[in-house]
Ligand binder design. Structure first.
Ligand code: GDP
Ligand code: IMO
Ligand code: MG
Length: 435
């Protein structure tokens, strides 16, 4: 089945990520959003990098939802936003003839803004972590969420208060002192008050029409049974609570995170994206990582360089143990396998079907936790399958795939114990089919 009616769904669906991110969420949202009435981004901030490759060309989004070509988009309360990056992205879209206005982009006033000090604190904290930094994107994500949970910091609605400048000055002085302390006095004058205030005023003027209460819009659409599509960011294994701590991000890239952001609890489909192999960017345990020629093949053929930071992504065999766990904590109902084409031509393909930890074997679904203290000490147990010689790139239905690629997909489906709903065989919108 790959006709467009099979892409329609009722109510609310989510596209999120079963592993450590970059599994093709942007592409899947672009594929599904022509059938959506609303696309909502709820997790993270400009640490995300979502690639869309459609008739309009190739686009890389950090904050703008990937549904912007097709339907109305919302940045929910729980996203942290760097207004400079948001405006840059809007301008880029406008310059390429894609309209962006209050007609297709709404920004919640309750969003916490990422300001210069969050980026500086992110960098200083990475240095303070010494030999074991997280490898953050240095986009200020952790410190912005820290301010939010500490119930300080500036939210977008503050820009419109009468006493905004007074509030900003207080915040500026406090953050300056904090940075001076964090840097042991090295940073003497870390921030430029006039420049920051000027940029905020420009953003306020520019974005004002798009800054609107979003919950009534979401709830009305939900009540009317409109098709809502949640666009996840990051990956479930990066979840602040259930992910591979401490090598995680600071938000909830899961179904629970979507509900916390929107107050919408009835969700019909949760599509968890996963490559046909496994990858991660940044530090942290990665049991199936390959540092050999096959690892290089995956990086080069899969163009595995970070969309946000340009860093080389670490690649390895499909980790069914970690992906099963990720899909579980994500609240996934179905799986979307992407980048199957990257495995084309390999003689054999391996799947990690268990871990050995302290001499004991743990099968899929049996690991007690995925936290670093466990994951960092496991040895993968592999199942080896035959590779395939033909190309998957032209496949537009399951039956078009080489036989061994079909077997591989069916094996993943069995191991993950979830229906594989979509298979992607190239970066372009049409290089995908549903099953
Ligand atoms: P996201 O963060 O989950 O949206 O994923 P990214 O955009 O960061 O990374 C996914 C990368 O893989 C992008 O460069 C996409 O263009 C590319 N991509 C997506 N699906 C496929 C696929 O099926 N095959 C290939 N070769 N590339 C893909
Ligand atoms: P998308 O939405 C891949 C990773 C960083 C780092 C850790 C913490 O494109 O899939 P942070 O800057 O969030 O404090 O960094 O999380 N990370 C991502 N990795 N894709 C992402 O987003 C990521 N967002 C954060 O590399 O290891
Ligand atoms: Mg990405």
């Amino acid at each position: 089945m790959s006709n467009s009616s099979s892409l329609k769904w009722n109510g609310t669906s989510l596209v999120l990520d079963a592993a450590w991110g970059d599994n093709g969420k942007g592409k899947i949202v672009d594929y599904l959003s022509p059938h959506a009435d609303l696309v909502i981004r709820w997790a993270g901030g400009p640490n995300a990098g979502h690639t869309v490759h459609n008739k309009r060309g190739e686009f890389k989004f950090h904050l703008i939802p990937s549904g912007i070509f097709n339907t109305k988009c919302i940045l929910a309360d729980t996203v942290v936003v760097d207004l400079d990056i948001l405006i840059y992205e809007i301008d880029e879209l406008l310059s390429r003839g894609i309209p962006v206005s209050s007609k297709n982009l709404l920004i919640s006033p309750d969003i916490t803004m990422i300001l210069d000090w969050h980026k500086k604190r992110d960098a200083l904290t990475e240095v303070a972590r010494g030999e074991k930094p997280i490898g953050t994107t240095r986009r200020g994500i952790g410190p912005a969420y820290a301010d939010r949970t500490e119930r300080i910091g500036l939210q977008i609605h503050h820009l419109f208060e009468k006493n905004f400048e007074k509030r900003f000055k207080k915040e500026f002085d406090w953050q300056t002192r904090l940075t001076q302390l964090m840097s042991a006095g090295v940073e003497k004058k870390p921030y430029d008050y006039d420049d920051m205030l000027r940029r905020l005023k420009v953003a306020r003027k520019r974005l004002k029409p798009m800054i609107q209460e979003v919950l009534p819009v979401i709830w009305k659409a939900h009540k009317e049974g409109k098709r809502i599509l949640g666009e996840g960011a990051q990956g479930a294994l990066l979840d602040i609570d259930l992910g591979t701590a401490p090598y995680v991000t600071s938000s909830h890239p899961t179904r629970a995170g979507f509900s916390a952001a929107t107050g919408v609890y009835k969700i019909n489909h949760v599509y968890a994206a996963s490559r046909a192999y496994t990858a991660r960017v940044g530090s942290g345990p990665f049991p199936t990582e390959l540092t050999d020629a096959i690892g290089d093949h995956l990086v080069e053929v899969g163009h595995e360089y970070g969309t946000t930071t340009g860093r080389r992504r670490r690649c390895g065999w499909f980790d069914a143990v970690a992906t099963y766990y990720g899909a579980h904590i994500a609240g996934a109902t179905e799986i979307a396998i992407t980048k199957l084409d990257v495995l084309d031509g390999l003689d054999e393909v391996k799947i990690c079907v268990g871990y050995i930890f302290e001499g004991k074997k743990y099968g899929i679904g049996k690991i007690p936790t995925i936290k670093n203290r466990f994951l960092d000490h496991v040895k993968p147990i592999y199942k080896t399958m035959n590779g395939w010689s033909g190309s998957t790139k032209e496949a537009r239905a399951f039956k078009d795939l080489p036989k061994n690629a079909q077997k591989y997909i069916l094996e993943l489906q069995k191991l993950l114990d979830k229906k594989i709903r979509f298979v992607s065989v190239g970066p372009k919108r049409e290089e995908m089919f549903s099953m």
